[in-house]
Design a protein around this ligand. Sequence first.
Ligand code: NDP
Length: 315
Amino acid sequence: MSTREYTRCAIIGSGPAGYTAAIYAGRANLNPIEFCGIQPGGQLTQTTDIENFPGYPEGVDGNLMMQDLRKQAERFGADIRDGEITKVDFTQKPYILTTDRGDEIEAETVIIATGSSAKYLGLPDETKYHGRGVSVCATCDGFFYRKKVVAIVGGGDTACEEAIYLSGLASKVYMIVRKDYLRASDVMRQRVMQNEKIEVLFEHNAEGLYGEDGVEGVHLVKRLGEADETHYDLPIDGLFLAIGHNPNSKVFSHAIETDEQGFIKTQGNTPKTNVEGVFAAGDVADNTYRQAVVAAGSGCKAAMEADRYLITINK
Ligand code: NDP
């Protein structure tokens, strides 16, 4: 039998943004209910060590960090639950959230922190070598490729930025770009083309990977579908994917303003959305920085704004 419950603050998502929002909302006595989603802990549970989160001089395991954040939120009274929110109704107050079990939550405020998911090429080898030479985050994993040869797929600003970042660590960086130009901004294009460690392979696609215990090389195809199409292997130690991210915002897109890619629009430097009392934090509203520390900061802001909003409506 389905149930209906009331909360002053519902948090959807359990990455650094969601858990930080839960810590702040808990400490502000909002008694938040947090829904963890299908991947409790979010994207960081898929990486190895996190070495760039302030306060961990030796780095920290992604799973461990998420478990600690969860415990910290629970310590302040957050009611953390498994499961997903599959439907929202922001047309009536309190807002109504429906869980995947059919239960309903009436919420005065809602913090959306559902994150984003890196796009993959869809090659079976990406799964096979995940965490053993395939990465979707140069800032997270680049350090493991010092003085090694890496390749990055993509020709946008992220790929260029990550290629430049990797060039400071690796001995050689190939960019695998499917078109005959880089889509990135002028300044990034110039920086890439002037960087002696970066070689751009235009009109190339990755077809697969090879290697015994980890990635030892990539199967490439040049000028796919053209008369002079060629296939060859390129030895590399790691493959980075930078072909974009998909925000996990589908459930909310009918109810809230998003940009053309689906990232939730927020107002200025705040986590406020176009619906009062509904806030967005972390990667679901950020297509630029995508860092745990930034997401945590925006989760903090969202909880503080939720608290302020509740005061204004006397709830
Ligand atoms: P983009 O969508 O801009 O670029 C994605 C790149 O990946 C394109 O080169 C695209 O190729 C390529 N790609 C997509 N799918 C495939 C595929 N299946 N196989 C091979 N290649 C593929 O994403 P970004 O993450 O780079 O950028 C997102 C947004 O964030 C942009 O607006 C960007 O400007 C912004 N940004 C700004 C930064 C800054 O200002 N410092 C830093 C990072 C991002 P194709 O061109 O052929 O479609």
